[in-house]
Design a protein around this ligand. Structure first.
Ligand code: ADP
Ligand code: MG
Length: 343
């Protein structure tokens, strides 16, 4: 178990005129053993945040703020320390297992690699551990000899999870772990992640564009928009009664797990999230907001208390609950867009 505290995290890609502020002042905490879900459309900065947690961003990214793993700042860690924290302290499960696995190596060798690199096992012990790990993720130990192409998409994602578990991490970051899978398999993989983190008291930070999936799996939810957290609170409450109009739109956008059409355009929301290099003035959500007021184009909104254990960044917080118009009355409702980053 491990506590993750993200404090005023800023991530900007590139520099000068071409600067892309992808994450803009994020504060989040994942308590030991807790499961935090992060939702938001494509381009809102979710993967940038996930990669920042283990300093896996490209060299063009500039970071500031703090990422405290049990009080130790990942951003200022020496390289050797960072290497031991990766896998053993925290590990990441990505979306596309096919791209993350090496096609020419047997999966057993790939799962064993972090164990060997971290000196956690002799080759013989690593082989036994690989068998155990495969069984934990619901695959026969004998599959260790298989190559990635001999497995289905769901089986490959199970292998990725086995790899993430190999060094007994205290935190798992799962970035859209099931997006590439079909609906039935998605549900199985999510259940597996849920069971494993509960059994081992691992803290979980799970990213998805699908708020319904996250509210099923996680204790708390954070909704990101244009690089910021715009709402955060207990998962069931945020999902059932969002305070921020963007979170409200997302929670009505995903009626079914894996529904490809609804994933592209939250119901009733016209347009796309803004380009981080050209953010709107005021509240960055105001051009799409169905309940925007004149002030929203001018005043930037920061998170404020929106009930017990809840925060939201909307001028209406503390005023009346947000009455969203029926989707059919919003201009551009239902128009699907393609996902810019292909997820
Ligand atoms: P999400 O995971 O929510 O879809 P990302 O973190 O992938 O969002 O992207 C956030 C923003 O940062 C997007 O505008 C994206 O185009 C931009 N971005 C992501 N990676 C890079 C990069 N390596 N260089 C420049 N911009 C990037
Ligand atoms: Mg992403």
């Amino acid at each position: 178990m491990s506590t993750l505290e993200i404090k005023n995290l800023e991530v900007t890609y590139g520099s000068g005129a071409g600067a892309v502020p992808a994450v803009r002042g994020v504060d989040l905490t994942v308590a030991a053993g807790q499961k935090l879900g992060i939702a938001g459309e494509s381009g809102c900065g979710k993967s940038t945040l996930a990669l920042a947690l283990l300093r896996l961003l490209p060299a063009s990214a500039r970071l500031s703020g703090e990422i405290l793993l049990d009080g130790e700042d990942v951003l200022t860690m020496k390289w050797g320390r960072l290497r031991s924290v990766r896998w053993a302290g925290a590990s990441i499960v990505f979306q596309g297992a096919m791209h993350s696995l090496n096609a020419v190596h047997r999966i057993g060798d790939q799962i064993a690699e972090p164990l060997l690199v971290h000196g956690q096992a002799t080759p013989g012990a690593a082989r036994r551990r690989v068998g155990e790990l495969l069984e934990q993720v619901g695959l026969p130990a004998a599959r260790a000899d298989a190559y990635p192409h001999e497995l289905s998409g769901g089986q490959r994602q199970r292998v990725m999870i086995a790899m993430a578990l190999a060094c007994d991490p205290q935190l798992i970051v799962a970035d859209e772990p099931t997006t590439a899978l079909d609906v039935m398999i998605q549900a199985q993989i999510l259940r597996l992640i849920e069971e494993l983190v509960a059994e081992k008291s691992i803290s979980l930070l799970m990213i998805s564009h699908d708020l319904a999936v996250l509210s099923d799996t996680c204790d708390r939810l954070a909704v990101m928009y244009a690089g910021r957290v715009v709402e955060e609170g207990p998962a069931a409450e945020v999902f059932a009664a969002a305070s921020h109009p963007y979170a409200a739109a997302l929670s009505s956008a995903f009626p079914r797990i894996g529904d490809a059409a609804s994933r592209r355009a939250p119901r009733g929301l016209p347009g796309d999230p803004p380009d981080p290099a050209a953010l709107p003035t005021g509240c960055t959500f105001h051009p799409r907001c169905p309940v925007a007021e004149a002030v929203c184009a001018e005043e930037d909104q920061v998170l404020r208390v929106a009930g017990a254990g809840r925060r939201a960044a909307c001028v209406r917080v503390g005023a009346e609950p947000v009455p969203l118009p029926a989707p059919s009355r919003i201009a551009g409702a239902g128009s699907a867009k393609s996902s810019p980053s292909g997820d």
